[in-house]
Structure formats: C-alpha cells, structure tokens
Design a protein around this ligand. Structure first.
Ligand code: HEC
Ligand code: HEC
Length: 338
C-alpha cells in the first residue's frame, strides 16, 4: 500500500514534470512571433483605410494592397509588380507581413522604417505615380477622412507625416503569430511531424540559419546574393551598394523573411524562381556551396511550410466617399499630375 502510493506520487510528479518541460519555450535561433498589441485602434483603422485606398494613386486604381495583397500573403505573386500605366517594376514586391521586424525597409534597406517607407510608393512614378501634394489634397477633400484624422490626431490637419504614421500603425498589426513552428517553439511537441522537424534540423545544420534567424527568420541583416557562386539574373538591380556607395555591397540584399514563404512566391529579388524546392537548391549551392539531395530539399521545404502563421483577419474597410471637389482620378493620363 505504502509503496504503491509512493509509486503514484512518483508517476504524478513525473507527469507534471513532463507537462511542464514540454510547455517550456525552446531556446532556438528562431523565436516565436507574438500577436500584435494594438495601442491605438482608431489610428490602425485609419491606416487600414489608407492602405486600401486607391485614391492615393494617380490612376485612382492602385492601392498599397494592389501589390501587397493581404489575401495572398501580403505580396502580389508576380515576378515584379505592375505599376501606373501597366509599367513593369524593377524588383519583386516583398511581403508587408511582419515587415515591422525588418532592420530597414526595401531590398536594399534605403528606408529606415515603415513610416519613411510609406511615402515612397505614393510618389514613385513607376508605382502609384501620384505626388504627395495631390494625395494630401484628395484626402483633405473627403469629409470622412477629415473627421477621422481629427478623431485620431486631435485636430483635422492632414499631412504626409500623419498619413504615413497611420499606414505604419496599421502595418505594425500585420504580424502572423501561431504558426505550427511557433507552437513547437513554445513547447508543443505534437505541432510538427517528424519529417518537418528533420527539415528544421537540416536547415540549422547546413547553415541556412546563419542568415535566416530571429523571429522573422530573416529581415535582420544584409547579405550578398551568391556568396560561393554568382546568381544568374536578367535584373539590373545592384542591391545595397545603391545606398552605401560601397562596391563591397554590390548584390547584397536584405535577407528576406521566410515567414509565410509558402504564400509569397515567386522568390528572390528578381522573382525568377517559382518553387521553394528550386529556391532551396539555389540557396544551398550559391550561399553555402552545398548540393543537397532531393530528399534533403524536400525535408527543408516541409519545414519552411510550417512557418505559415495566422494571417491578419479583419473586416474589409469601407472607404469614405469622394465629393465633387475631390481631384479626379487620371487612369489613362501620361502627363504628370498637377
Ligand atoms: C506598384 C506596386 C506597389 C505598390 C502600389 C506599393 N508597393 Fe510597397 N513595394 C513594392 C515593391 C516592388 C517593393 C520593393 C521595392 C524595393 O525594395 O526596391 C515594395 C516594398 C515595400 C515595403 C518594404 C518591405 C520590405 O521587406 O522591405 C513595404 C513595407 C511596402 N512596400 C509597403 C507599401 C505601402 C504602405 C504602400 C502604399 C502606400 C505600398 N507599399 C505600395 C511594390 C508596391
Ligand atoms: C549567406 C546568407 C544566406 C544563407 C546561408 C541562406 N540564405 Fe536564403 N537568402 C539570403 C538572401 C540574401 C536572399 C535574397 C536573395 C535575392 O533575392 O537575391 C535569400 C533568399 C531566400 C529565399 C527566397 C525568399 C523570398 O521571399 O524571395 C528562400 C526560400 C531562402 N533564402 C531559403 C534559404 C535556405 C533554405 C537556405 C539554406 C539552404 C538559405 N536560404 C541560406 C541569404 C542567405
């Protein structure tokens, strides 16, 4: 009797210990993404409207969501984006999901943060092709926006700083927590299959994790594309050297996040590669000097697919209507606006 109750106590303690141990977060080079903490919901709502508002473009047709479609992983699934007048963009559109974690914005890091970045596309002639003055004039002519800026900022002044501040506040909520990999990181042993776990071990052991690490599994350093062997591309983009002026930074890019990478094809700055298997094979050869077997590639890809998190869920914003005083869209006009 005595010994069996001891046994029960022991079993109970062991079970509790196991439950505790399996719930403890793991120490890994990749950390889980936490859900967004919304401090100012009214500002986020305003930023969401601006993100979806095509009136920030000269054509009245292109919004941020056109090229960073939140129904398709925050990117456009095109090799390079389509801008004003059906212009072909020079570079692949990176996802806006988890972009708040980037050390800087754009492939070459030329914008320090999301607010600085957001002014760029509005006035970029190859993207939304408006001017900051015109975009602000349009917003000021829309009573619904005047009221909403007033409610968020204390007075109804509308300027570029407030527009980009609100867009950035919305973008900060575009995080994708609770992927199966994050569940595993947080201690849930059943979240990954054996094959996926093997893929993660391989991802670490062959050295992918040297550049793809941290909560975003990338986004936190600039690295040369083609460390061991050159990458063949038709793209004329030069990378980080365009910002630093240093020859050593030629063909160096911000390491892309691998979060939701299953959704954000095609891959690389030129968007030339459509499959994760091929992207993994190229990475292993060009960055690490390793030729992986098909089984190894499949295994790493199985792991990469566990990085797909919960996509941002919200009601589609209904935009305040224009008035007769609102400057008209110019969808088929080539002359600069204004
Ligand atoms: C015509 C397509 C297009 C439109 C419209 C557009 N973008 Fe982009 N966006 C891109 C491309 C292409 C890049 C990459 C450019 C580069 O790195 O040189 C980019 C980069 C970004 C980045 C940086 C992400 C990273 O990982 O570096 C953010 C954030 C972003 N855009 C947000 C926005 C917002 C906000 C708007 C609306 C105000 C917007 N974009 C409108 C195509 C577009
Ligand atoms: C030396 C740093 C480095 C290493 C090591 C590395 N990568 Fe990359 N990875 C990059 C850079 C830089 C890019 C962007 C290259 C470009 O677009 O030209 C990239 C891009 C990618 C992409 C495309 C993402 C996208 O959205 O376009 C995938 C997938 C990827 N890496 C997976 C891997 C895997 C798997 C490994 C290991 C086999 C690996 N990487 C090793 C630096 C690295």
């Amino acid at each position: 009797m005595k010994s069996s109750s001891k046994m029960i106590t022991f079993l109970l303690a062991a079970t509790l210990f196991n439950a505790f141990a399996s719930a403890a977060p793991r120490q890994e080079p990749i950390q889980p993404i936490e859900a967004a903490k919304v401090e100012n919901p009214a500002k986020v709502e305003l930023g969401k409207k601006l993100f979806f508002d095509p009136r920030l473009s000269r054509s009245g047709f292109i919004s941020c969501n056109s090229c960073h479609n939140l129904s398709t992983g925050g990117s456009d699934n095109l090799p390079s984006s389509i801008g004003h007048n059906w212009q072909q963009g020079p570079i692949n559109s990176p996802t806006v999901l988890n972009s708040s974690m980037n050390l800087a914005q754009f492939w070459d890091g030329r914008a320090a943060d999301l607010q600085e970045q957001a002014g760029g596309p509005i006035a970029n002639p190859g993207e939304m092709a408006s001017t900051h003055d015109l975009a602000i004039e349009i917003l000021r002519s829309i009573p619904g926006y005047v009221n909403e800026f007033g409610a968020v900022y204390g007075n109804s002044k509308i300027d570029l700083e407030r527009v980009t501040d609100a867009i950035a506040a919305f973008e900060e909520t575009l995080v994708t927590p609770n992927s199966r990999f994050d569940q595993w990181l947080k201690g849930d042993n059943s979240a990954l299959t054996k094959a996926e776990l093997k893929g993660y071990e391989l991802f670490k052991n062959v050295g992918c994790v040297a550049c793809h690490n941290g909560p975003a599994v990338g986004g936190n350093s600039f690295q040369k594309m083609g460390m061991v062997a050159p990458y063949e591309t038709d793209s004329e983009v030069e990378g980080r050297s365009a910002v630093t002026g240093r020859d050593a930074d030629r063909f160096s890019f911000k390491v892309p996040t691998l979060r939701n990478v299953e959704l954000t094809y095609p891959y690389f700055h030129d968007g030339a590669i459509w499959s994760l298997e091929q992207a993994t094979d190229i990475m292993a050869r060009l960055q690490l000097g390793r030729t992986l077997t098909k089984a190894e590639i499949d295994s790493i890809v199985a792991f990469l697919k566990t990085l797909t998190g919960e996509q941002p869920q919200f009601k589609l914003p209904i935009l305040p209507p224009s008035t007769p005083a609102t400057p008209r869209p110019q969808p088929f006009e080539n002359k600069p606006a204004g």
